[in-house]
Design a binder for this molecule. Structure first.
Ligand code: NFM
Length: 225
């Protein structure tokens, strides 16, 4: 493929896989937050499981940072990833505080199968052999699903319960949106230079993230286990 055709790879993939993308970013769980019908027990289930996920997401982000320091041709990549890592520290504190507020005991959360699958997938991406463009695509997709989902709950006309506004602002804020925009630019730059085979791998990884995000929402939204 010539370089011109590869421009805006991410936008092309989002368009090409719009049904799955929308499935992840407009999931019934998110729509129930937005229309105020959410069952708080679902939110609590999500909170406990996401705390475990985020703890696994830290070493994943660190592995992307390590790959940036070795492979990237642009120094600013590292700064973007580092700022993401720094906010994860704050995020872990938030989860603990929020869990206390909702009486969710984080010490004895049983890891749900869907969460376990997702964490295993992150582990597989941490292997040194996985290309920078592939892991960066995953990083962009993971963050963007949350950004698109939670910002939807803050739009005009949404009836998000006040108790959940803080959670929505964490990922739905303008600042997080800008962060995702920076991730997208870097992902596009890496993908433009990637050989076709690597590009294919990155696309498959993108689709896998979307599936895993949908399963994660399903787990939160579903009835008691
Ligand atoms: C399942 C899942 N996907 C994406 C995010 C957002 N990234 C870090 O917080 C998250 N917390 N949980």
């Amino acid at each position: 493929m010539d370089p011109v055709e590869k421009n805006g790879v991410i936008d092309r993939w989002v368009k090409k896989h719009l049904v799955l993308y929308t499935g992840a970013t407009r999931h019934p769980f998110i729509l129930s937050i937005r229309d105020g019908t959410i069952d708080f027990s679902s939110f609590k289930r999500w909170l406990g499981q996401d705390y475990i996920f985020v703890r696994e997401f830290v070493p994943f982000s660190a592995s992307v940072l390590l790959k940036a320091s070795k492979n990237s041709d642009d120094n600013s990549d590292m700064e973007v990833i580092l700022s993401g890592l720094a906010s994860l520290s704050d995020e872990i504190s938030w989860f603990k505080q929020e869990a206390a507020k909702w009486d969710v005991p984080l010490s004895d959360v049983i890891v749900h199968k869907s969460n376990q699958n997702y964490c295993r997938f992150l582990e597989s991406l941490m292997l040194p052999a996985v290309e920078y463009s592939v892991v960066f695509t995953a990083l962009w997709a993971i963050e963007t699903v949350y950004q698109e989902s939670f910002s939807h709950c803050l739009e005009d006309g949404s009836k998000t319960p006040p108790e959940l506004l803080e959670a929505c602002q964490r990922w739905g804020s303008e600042g997080f949106g800008e962060f995702c925009c920076s991730l997208k630019k870097i992902a596009n730059r890496c993908l433009e230079k990637a050989p076709d085979e690597e590009l294919k791998k990155a696309e498959v990884t993108f689709l896998r993230v979307l599936e895993l995000e949908i399963e994660f929402w399903d787990m939160s939204h579903g009835g008691p286990k």
